[in-house]
Design a protein around this ligand. Structure first.
Ligand SMILES: Cc1cc2nc3c(=O)[nH]c(=O)nc-3n(C[C@H](O)[C@H](O)[C@H](O)COP(=O)(O)OP(=O)(O)OC[C@H]3O[C@@H](n4cnc5c(N)ncnc54)[C@H](O)[C@@H]3O)c2cc1C
Length: 446
């Protein structure tokens, strides 16, 4: 196995992978198109903050970087639902004290990972280097440097962590090495900010706030500087859409009528709405993820997903740990890349599907009394049948030992059990004997 590796993209996955491979004795060249974040202001890109959950935490812990990341985290213990005219209500994510997810600033997290990579003498960091092409036949990767000069490098082996818009993936698709299908949502997003109120968070900082409005929603995640980053998810076109909100008066009126309690928290609403970019959301299905032992796509480059389960980064970190765990049992890059794809593909497809489903849950189902009742029932069944019945959200967010594929499969069975137990409008108390019979006959032991 060649001991010198290229990684293209020093985002979340690329920077973590560089640390992991350096710890395993590889020499790593890490290329990144942006300037060095340690000496420049972060560019305004996608999502200022992200939800970190147990899959990501497990990867960060096993790499030994979690101690530096913990101070950046704000625990969020549930969804705070904001409905017009009633006080906000908290729907807890889990029932144990540690069943929380964490808000973390993307730029800070990325900077710490890059600093950790830079500490290893075996990692060479190359900022301002944009990958512009790949030719497996000639075993060549092509880059453009910050001055516009182009140069070529030996390709094998390269790990492509260049994100959702991956140049490497698209170039390999154009040259027929892989196939790509992109499924775009017809909803876009825009980020806004709730500044601190008298130096403190304007809302409870230990929750992910949601203003669900069925066809669209506003959410807000806390930052450590006492601000919140809010994100509006809304149709791209149509009568009520980003396309219809072109004038400041229309924006102000839309927020006054749909999110009246959020308006006082958004002093810069119309300016930010105009100045901040509108982002697109979609799922990327690519196959295969590799060309021989020359190149492997990981993270968003391989399987970008919509953000509604808060799992894209978590899945990307899990990719890195899986690849690292396979190093010992594979003597060459080709079989390593094959094994990675074989083990990971079904899980990537499962989380892509669950992420899309979660959009409907966040913007609409949380308002449905039947959904709220079945959620309470699911938590009760988890208490009564621990280790056997675990709500799907908890499997994905708090149980990294359960794969995404397994969470999807069990989730389908569990949903059916919940529907059967929840026949009456008020299904309390739960018929435990019936629940036990359904669970024992349908839900395999973990
Ligand atoms: C609105 C939104 C909210 C989200 N919320 C969450 C969340 O709450 N929780 C969660 O887990 N995930 C979330 N995600 C998903 C998460 O952002 C991604 O899954 C994660 O960033 C993937 O990491 P990555 O390293 O694969 O890609 P990235 O983090 O995008 O890194 C790619 C890197 O490659 C660099 N690059 C790109 N092209 C080139 C090139 N040609 N040459 C050199 N370098 C290049 C980029 O500059 C970047 O540094 C969200 C995404 C969005 C859009």
């Amino acid at each position: 196995m060649r001991q010198s590796v290229n990684i293209v993209g020093a985002g979340l996955a690329g920077a973590l992978l560089a640390v992991q491979l350096a710890q395993r004795g590889f020499s790593v060249q890490l290329f990144e198109r942006r300037p060095d974040p340690r000496s420049s202001v972060a560019e305004r890109g996608r999502s200022i903050n992200l939800a970190l959950a147990s899959r990501g935490i497990r990867a960060l812990e096993s790499t030994g970087v979690m101690d530096r990341i913990r101070p950046l985290l704000i625990p969020m213990r549930g969804r705070m639902i904001h409905e017009p005219g009633v006080p906000p209500t908290l729907q807890p994510y889990g029932q144990k004290a540690d069943e929380v997810i964490y808000s973390v600033a993307r730029a800070e997290l990325n900077r710490v990972l890059i600093e950790e990579a830079a500490r290893h003498p075996a990692v060479t960091l190359r900022f301002g280097q944009t990958c512009v092409g790949i030719q497996p036949e000639r075993d060549v990767l092509r880059f453009r440097d910050a001055q516009g000069g182009e140069y070529e490098l030996a390709l094998s082996p390269t790990l492509a962590t260049d994100g959702a818009g991956s140049v490497i993936r698209n170039a390999l698709a154009a040259s027929g090495h892989l196939k790509v299908r992109e499924e775009w949502l017809d909803h876009d997003y825009k980020e806004l900010s709730f500044p601190p109120a008298r130096g403190r968070h304007a809302l409870d900082p230990h929750a992910l706030h949601i203003w669900p409005r069925v066809g669209f929603m506003l959410i807000a995640l806390p930052n450590t500087d006492a601000s919140f980053t809010a994100t509006l998810f809304l149709m791209r076109s149509g009568p009520l859409s980003f396309a219809s909100l072109t004038r400041p008066e229309a924006v102000a009126q839309f927020f006054r009528s749909e999110f009246p309690d959020a308006v006082p928290l958004l002093p810069e609403l119309t300016r930010e709405f105009d100045a901040h970019p509108t982002g697109q959301l979609g799922t990327v299905h690519a196959a295969p993820w590799r060309v021989g032992g020359q190149v492997l796509l990981l993270g968003d480059a391989a399987h970008a997903i919509v953000p509604f389960h808060g799992q894209g980064m978590n899945a990307a970190f899990e990719d890195c740990t899986l690849l690292e765990s396979l190093l010992d049992s594979h003597g060459d890059w080709k079989t390593l890349f094959e094994a990675f794809e074989q083990l990971r593909r079904a899980d990537a497809e499962a989380i892509a599907r669950m992420a899309v489903e979660n959009y409907a849950e966040m913007r609409a189902a949380v308002l449905d009394p039947g959904f709220v009742r079945r959620r309470a029932l699911a938590l009760e069944l988890e208490r009564q049948f621990p280790g056997r019945f675990i709500p799907r959200y908890a499997m994905v967010m708090f149980h990294p030992e359960i794969s995404y594929g397994e969470a999807l499969r069990r989730g389908v069975i569990q949903e059916q059990i919940l529907l059967e137990l929840d026949t009456a409008a008020d299904a309390t108390p739960v018929d435990l004997a019936r629940a036990a019979a359904l669970i024992n006959s349908r839900l395999p032991a973990l």
